[in-house]
Design a protein. Structure first.
Length: 337
């Protein structure tokens, strides 16, 4: 599906030594094919970011960004002037934090699959190097889209129709120890709402309980877990919420006890739709762990067949070692001999 870009403005932010400078572009950027491709890449990169939080505008916090955005949507304020007001708030908030940020501040209003979005993102700069035809070293600067850490997206359609759900804004939680989540919540004037990790874990618990009650054999359970994971993974890729009704259609064989009814009967604290945390749902189909210099990962369906776990002796026995690992081990043993 194509991205329909409505408005785009890009400013430049430079913060060093507790001094934040924002260099404002003079006007909106003309929308053309290059802009459409850029925003499409940004949209998909944002969807693929793990560990996002969800929130809504709060009356108890700074409301400048929300008010400016609403004024723009009511045709009372131009898009560029909205970004100017929001950038001033960003400067105030950046000055409160110790981390430095240099990059381009992107404001974009676009439509994707009949949904209106407002994306606000800080895109850092990355140096790239190449060799010229004269064999000299040349450098160029590129936008580092894949590593953006400061970004939020407002679902304008949901803001209009489902504001009471308190999750029409998503944001990247950011790198550990940098309080990026707090910074962006304060900048937007938001309070965090639904927790994707918590909801994904409740869903996993409900699925496992349902599979146990239905008395499926191991192969059937593995197949159904894989189908649920594939559905959730698709939701992560597209940026859509998982829906209990659609999960029920994936899990239920016949109409005797559909998963949706099972969740209601057992009173799981599970929303009808919720954002998915990919790392949490991956545990449905894969076991993994690391520590003490050892890293192990294997598909859940192999437990009890190719992989045996002895709880008493705290050991794993693996039958059929991966060929590349086996080759390394054999070469090592030969060199030792």
């Amino acid at each position: 599906m194509a991205i329909d870009v409505k408005k785009l403005v890009v400013h430049y932010v430079d913060k060093k030594d507790d001094d934040t400078q924002i260099h404002l572009r003079n006007d909106e950027m003309a929308v053309n094919d290059k802009v459409a491709v850029f925003i499409e890449q940004l949209h998909h990169a944002y969807n693929g970011k793990p560990g996002k939080g969800y929130c809504a505008f709060s009356g108890d916090k700074n409301s400048v960004v929300a008010s400016a955005m609403q004024s723009y949507r009511n045709s009372e304020l131009g898009f560029w002037h909205m970004t100017e007001q929001a950038s001033a708030v960003l400067k105030e908030e950046l000055d409160k934090y110790a981390f430095n940020e240099t990059g381009y501040l992107v404001f974009c209003h676009y439509q994707y699959v009949a949904t209106d979005y407002m994306l606000i993102a800080m895109i850092n700069i990355k140096e790239h190097y190449s060799i010229t035809s004269e064999l000299d070293l040349a450098s160029s600067r590129h936008l580092d889209i894949s590593r953006m850490q400061l970004a939020a997206r407002i679902d304008l359609t949901a803001w209009d129709t489902q504001a009471e759900d308190n999750r029409y804004i998503s944001f990247i939680k950011g790198r550990a120890g940098r309080k990026v989540a707090d910074f962006f919540l304060d900048f937007l004037g938001c309070e965090e709402g639904i927790d994707p990790k918590q909801q994904s874990q409740v869903m996993l618990n409900a699925v496992e309980d349902y599979l146990s009650e239905q008395q499926f054999d191991k192969s059937e359970k593995d197949d159904l877990r894989k189908q649920v994971f594939d559905y959730c993974n698709d939701c992560v890729t597209t940026g859509e919420d998982a829906n209990v009704g659609e999960l029920s259609a994936t899990l239920t064989k016949g109409d005797d006890n559909p998963f949706e009814s099972f969740c209601k009967e057992q009173s799981y604290d599970l929303e009808e739709s919720f954002p998915v945390d990919k790392k949490t749902v991956t545990s449905m189909v894969k076991f993994s762990g690391l520590g003490g210099g050892v890293s192990i990962s294997f598909e859940r369906k192999h437990l009890g067949e190719r992989v045996m776990y002895n709880e008493a002796t705290d050991t794993l026995v693996i039958k059929g070692i991966p060929p590349n690992l086996k080759d390394q081990l054999q070469r090592f043993m030969e060199s030792e001999d």
